[in-house]
Design a protein around this ligand. Sequence first.
Ligand code: PEP
Ligand code: MG
Length: 328
Amino acid sequence: KQAAYAAMRDVEPFTRDGTRIEVMMNAGLRDDVAMLSVTGADGIGLFRTEFQFLVSAALPQRDRQTRLYRDVLETAGDKKVIFRTVDIGGDKSLPYLTSKTSREDENPAMGWRALRLSLERGGLLKVQARALLDAAAGRELNVMFPMVSEVWEFDAAKAVFDGQIAFMKKLKHKLPLSVKYGVMLEVPSLAETLDLLCPRVSFISVGTNDLTQFLFAADRANPALAERYDWLSPAILRFLKRVVNGCVGTGVQLGVCGEMGGRRLEALALIGLGVRRLSITPAAVGPVKELVRKIDTREIAAAMNGWLAQPPASMRAELQAWAEARGI
Ligand code: PEP
Ligand code: MG
């Protein structure tokens, strides 16, 4: 089986009806990036920059951040890399980073974390922005903000980048050829303002790990709840369908970067909903590429529409049977 997936490395993931699905991978460490050529992924759809912070005893200095981002871009070569600004705080708390306003989070997942922390600690985001802009000098930079709940948070974060760009221009520093901005959609409230968000961003990446925890009010880290809510439940799938519809015709590239996208039936369902970009764990790239080549998007879209309108008792069983009947 491993050999079969290795053989998928150089195969482009087109569906049977000729739709190109972007199969990207998630990464967080310098060494992960080598998996791009091993798996043949289309790029890095989520680079978790907080990993460097989590393994450091003190706040990583700007030059260390720049070096990491530059190494990542160099190893990636022509492939796209989407850097997510730090998602720390909450349960991934760091002794050297504390809030001015709250001492301890009772609900860390919903607490002082990610972009909320970056915006309060403006200096931290400024340093990260400068490191990313320097590292991507002369090429394209893709920046993504985590845990955006309202559009103003995106505006505030982008303003930090704009400030750094203006400053670098004044000093005649070399800048990226272009900078594209996007957000993680992982807090349900953001989905209610897609019409406001889409004109502002180039891409949106749905973080289904956090999204499902917030949609179901079920802690993603609690093993007692791990089996209870299914990614193939009508609530999630209908939610995602609305997000897909909200992005249609806006020019915004929509992807999914949660663990959901790396699983067989889930990936099938997502493609049926109209998702055309998945960013998944490297081990899933080969299997998902193989899956993509067996799918007819029109067929799965029609089936999904029917199931969403009238959900079967078990979407998972239905989808499994549907896939089996087609040799998928
Ligand atoms: C997510 O929430 O789905 C996601 C991809 O980000 P993380 O797992 O890092 O929270
Ligand atoms: Mg998340």
